[in-house]
Design a protein around this ligand. Structure first.
Ligand SMILES: [Zn+2]
Length: 122
């Protein structure tokens, strides 16, 4: 299959179709993470009752829940930015976040360059 890319179109322009797809993606992630956290909460309670919680397994669960909560917060923030019309703007340099980047990570807060700088600074 041959994909025709329009070369003269900048990589930062989000079409209404892009936005609709991204919004849907974010909503799916939102529901998925909420469900994940719900399941985790009920598993933890059941383990408490039985007093059989495997410490290692519980620790993995705690980490999973923590990362799920972080992603959930990012997703919620991205949806809020969509509502307010600030979606797709880098939080650091205020330049548009690359379109291909948003299509992979719809909740991305930073452009590719700023993300690299942040990761290098850790
Ligand atoms: Zn940036």
């Amino acid at each position: 299959m041959v994909t025709h890319q329009t070369i003269d179109e900048p990589d930062t322009v989000l079409t209404p179709e892009d936005l609709a797809a991204l919004r849907e993606n974010l909503h799916e992630q939102l529901l998925f993470r909420q469900e994940q956290l719900r399941q985790f909460a009920s598993t933890t309670r059941a383990d408490d009752r039985r007093r059989q919680a495997d410490a290692a397994q519980l620790e993995v669960g705690v980490k999973l829940a923590a990362s799920a909560r972080m992603v959930l917060a990012d997703v919620e923030a991205a949806l809020a930015r969509m509502e307010s019309g600030n979606y797709g703007t880098c939080h650091l340099c205020r330049r548009p976040v690359e379109r291909h980047r948003l299509l992979i990570v719809p909740q991305a807060r930073y452009c590719g360059r700023c993300q690299q700088v942040r990761e290098a600074g850790r």
